[in-house]
Design a protein around this ligand. Structure first.
Ligand code: NDP
Ligand code: NHF
Length: 344
């Protein structure tokens, strides 16, 4: 039996436009910071109050393109000291997240930290210990956690729609131009597919299944020594497995399949943005869900705004322990892939 009804799931999360206004400070005037600023401006009541770059000209250029009314700072120190900034968005390479997070926390500023939170679990604990001591809000920018289709999928699983979850399979791959000095490939910038995009498939597994008993990783190295492609397999006792692939060599789908004892949930592609999915049952019945919406990062920005208004130091949807769990699994996978960053 095939149902042609399509269920809209945009109301599975609160409207980002209704979240309290927040004054953002952007630390690092790079690529993703620009798209974050655009989505904050377009979809939320918040605004980018300031941008900080190592180079004032870059900060000015960024402001012209993405946040015309923002104050421009020629250093990250000046940005975190800006009294008109409520929360700092750290959008620098993974190698620098620890230092830039600590800088903002030392100035008493809450932090939205781009993924991967830090290079490894030890650095993550250092940042979160500082946040705890200072009583400051910190959240890893795992944007998928806050998307409508992901909230709807979690609710359906909790209702038992596909029975007991036995298997999570997720892929994220894009063929990136090889640049040994660039963010994706340079060991000194903590490059590699796992920390950059493999973290998304992994975050679905830890969200749905928790911490695994075993982590097994196989992969291919880039000429710089970082992982260019890998598959990480997680085992959860005799209950479930997860198979999680990432690549900067192959143009794979950005897909997610959650298989349970009674059926499966499929996100065919682009799980990174508000999208559609289907539930398919053993007898061939299926139900389609529509979660399409423009943007993506406004949902995590709104979560930060709500948490700050509520006086929280961590988000219930992306907790500090969630971040440490991800880092620990990635540490274990990297040890098998033979990827060690300078100074680790
Ligand atoms: N959520 C998402 O969809 C995405 C998240 N990301 C994450 O965002 C972060 C930044 O990625 P992305 O925007 O692509 O990176 P970019 O290289 O475009 O920007 C990073 C910025 O960091 C600053 N920076 C500080 N120190 C260094 C350094 N030593 N080398 C290079 N840059 C430095 C620079 O800003 P300045 O010169 O102004 O100081 C630079 O522009 C990463 O953590 C990445 O994983 C990336 C893409 C998508
Ligand atoms: O988080 C991310 C999302 O997509 C990008 C390109 O596919 C990545 O490089 C990035 O870090």
């Amino acid at each position: 039996m095939v149902s042609h009804a399509v269920v809209n799931v945009l109301d599975a999360v609160p409207d980002p436009g209704a979240a309290p206004p927040v004054r953002w400070g952007i630390l690092g005037a790079g690529n993703i910071a620009g798209s974050f600023a655009d989505e904050v401006r377009t979809f939320t009541q918040g605004h980018v109050a300031a941008v900080g770059s190592r180079d004032e000209h870059r900060a000015r250029d960024f402001a012209q393109r993405h946040a015309p009314s923002a104050t421009v700072h020629g250093s990250y120190e000046a940005l975190v000291a800006d009294p008109d900034v409520d929360v700092v968005y750290v959008a620098t390479p993974h190698s620098h997240h620890r230092d830039h997070g600590l800088l903002a926390i030392a100035a008493g500023k809450p932090v939205l930290m781009e993924k991967a939170f830090t290079r490894n679990e030890a650095e993550g604990r250092e940042v979160l210990d500082a946040a705890r001591a200072a009583g400051v809000f910190v959240m890893e920018a795992m944007l998928t956690r806050h998307l409508p289709h992901v909230a709807a999928i979690r609710a359906l699983i909790a209702q038992g729609e596909i029975g007991e979850v036995r298997s999570v399979t997720a892929n994220y791959g894009s063929n990136a131009a090889y640049d040994p000095a660039g963010r994706l490939f340079a060991p000194e910038l903590a490059g590699g597919a796992l920390l950059d995009i493999g973290i998304y498939p992994l975050a679905f597994a830890t969200d749905l299944l928790g911490m695994p008993d075993d982590v097994t990783a196989v992969g291919l190295a880039a000429p710089t020594g970082v992982d260019a492609q890998s598959t990480v397999v997680l085992r959860y006792g005799d209950r479930a497995t997860a198979t999680l692939a990432s690549s900067v060599l192959a143009q794979s789908a950005t897909s997610l399949v959650i298989a349970g004892s009674g059926g499966r949930i499929e996100v065919v592609d682009r799980f990174m943005v508000p999208t559609a999915f289907s539930v398919v049952w053993a007898d061939g019945a299926r139900r389609d869900y529509d979660g399409y919406a423009p943007g993506a990062k406004q949902y995590e920005a709104a979560e930060v705004a709500r948490c700050l208004a509520a006086g929280l130091t961590e988000s219930p949807r992306m907790t500090w322990q969630d971040t440490l769990d991800l880092l620990q699994v990635m540490d274990r996978a990297r040890a098998q892939l033979g990827v060690v960053y300078p100074g680790e």
